[in-house]
Design a protein around this ligand. Structure first.
Ligand code: F0G
Length: 457
């Protein structure tokens, strides 16, 4: 008999979590103005708000924490991080930052100016925020297949090459670079194929443009290339990663994902010129060039995490857990973005809550219901997140209204996944009775989802 799959780690330290009652949760979510970000985490049983900075570090990473060098300039920890980035990702120059959006802020301070266009595959919200904040436009060139959640396509993060070409051809002087998000978070943690990365590189070269990877989940992307793309099954993750990055000029990284640290990020660069330009902003916004926003111990843990995070066993354990949850939901007939993504399940909420009008925030409504059902916290990737159009100030209604259940790395067991699946099933079973959503009573002018306040419609 073939042995079943099991995790490639055992557990050395645990953190208690607490179940609560439905009555408690109804009260708490009301007090939180129906915004799940406003809940204190002790009111959450299983927290799938994000996989960002919520992973469990390994014993090796914790050992590295003790070896951190906290020198202001030229710490050994800086060089550990530098070597890991050079050896695994192939970038000669780098700048540490406190997280991914800080890397975007620094890099875009050099590269983006008012009136620019930045084509890419469904830019993440902070990426888009930093582009729009500079009065430039993010142009989504994701393939059309990504917007049909029922369709199985191995690389729904891919860029539509024809569209990309025509956007650049028609706006050559407005485009400086293309952003490729690997994996593509906004389309469901969906990977970009190696062939697509190659094609993007060719378009960039044709017009003399740069390619910037938003690399938060690059290792999960590499895992999917290994599993799904012809010609890669016998390559190691590190070999695949090296080829992926060979097609990029620059990278920004939120290390809180695939480098499995709780805080940290960086920019990887190939030229001294860009490094020097970006250093000016790094010093202004983040800190001196050899620490950015990071402490020495965190740089050490990051270097170790980059190595572990690009090992096949780490990724297999992780993605099989996401697949496990997906399989349970499929059993219950709950619709989600197919195939299962790298870091999360994206529930297609328009197909679940068919009676809630889009003006009342469908995905948010399902998120609140799931919390009340079992204390499971997920996140809205829908109209609230999509924000208002910067010019018209009208709500932007995205093609898809997702409820994202992101799974922290090495934190929960499959028993937790079973609770999540059954909780969602219970909500799904009473979906016909859910007819009302929410109205906004307060919102910030940009990135409103974090602080929005709602009332029952
Ligand atoms: N790029 C991608 C693809 C991301 O998913 C994120 C963050 C960032 C950039 C920004 O990085 O948070 O370190 O500043 N995503 C988190 C999430 C917040 O929940 O998906 P950050």
């Amino acid at each position: 008999m073939e042995l079943p799959f099991a995790e490639s780690f055992k557990i050395k330290m645990i953190e208690p979590i607490r179940r609560s009652t439905r009555e408690e949760r109804e009260q708490w979510i009301k007090e939180a103005k129906y915004n799940l970000f406003n809940l204190s985490s002790d009111k959450v049983f299983i927290d799938l708000l994000t996989d960002s900075g919520t992973g469990a570090m390994s014993d090796r990473q914790w050992s590295e924490m003790m070896l951190g060098d906290e020198s202001y300039a030229g710490a050994t920890s800086y060089f550990k991080m530098k070597n890991a980035i050079k050896n695994i990702l192939g970038f000669e120059y780098f700048l540490p930052t406190h997280q991914g959006r800080a890397a975007e802020n620094v890099l875009f301070s050099v590269l983006v100016k008012a009136g620019d266009m930045v084509p890419g595959n469904s830019h993440f919200d902070t990426t888009k925020g930093h582009i729009e904040f500079r009065k430039a436009k993010a142009i989504d060139c994701t393939i059309a297949e990504a917007f049909d959640t029922a369709l199985d396509h191995p690389f729904k993060g891919n860029v539509d090459i024809e569209k990309l070409d025509s956007v650049i051809k028609n706006n050559t002087d407005k485009v400086t670079f293309i952003v490729v998000t690997v994996t593509c978070n906004s389309s469901g943690g969906q990977p970009v194929s190696m062939q697509n990365l190659r094609d993007i590189r060719n378009v960039a070269d044709k017009y003399g443009k740069m390619v910037v990877f938003d690399a938060a989940r690059f290792a999960e992307n590499a895992y999917f290339i290994k599993m799904r793309e012809e010609g890669y099954k016998d390559k190691t993750i590190k070999q695949i990663v090296a080829e992926m990055f060979s097609y990029a000029d620059v990278m920004t990284m939120s290390a809180k994902k695939d480098a499995i640290v709780n805080m940290g990020g960086f920019i990887g660069m190939r030229t001294e010129k860009l490094f020097k330009q970006a250093s000016v902003f790094n010093i202004m916004f983040e800190g001196y060039v050899t620490y950015g926003g990071m402490s020495g111990r965190d740089m050490n843990a990051l270097a170790q995490g980059l190595d572990e995070g690009t090992e096949f066993e780490t990724l297999e354990t992780r993605i099989k857990q996401v697949e496990y949850l997906g399989a349970r939901l499929e059993e219950f007939g709950i619709p989600f973005q197919r195939p299962v993504g790298g870091h999360a399940i994206f529930v297609d909420t328009k197909k679940v809550l068919t009676h809630v009008p889009k003006e009342q925030y469908i995905a948010q409504t399902l998120g609140v219901e799931l919390y009340i059902e079992a204390g499971v916290r997920a996140v809205e990737i829908g109209t609230i997140l999509a924000d208002r159009d910067p010019e018209t100030r009208e709500n932007r209604y995205p093609a898809l209204e997702f409820l994202r259940m992101a799974i922290p790395r090495r934190v929960y067991t499959n028993n937790h996944m079973d609770v999540v699946a059954v909780a969602l099933k219970n909500v799904f079973d009473r979906r016909e009775h859910i007819t009302k959503g929410f109205n906004i009573v307060y919102e910030a002018p940009i990135m409103r989802h974090f602080t929005v306040e709602l009332e029952k419609a």
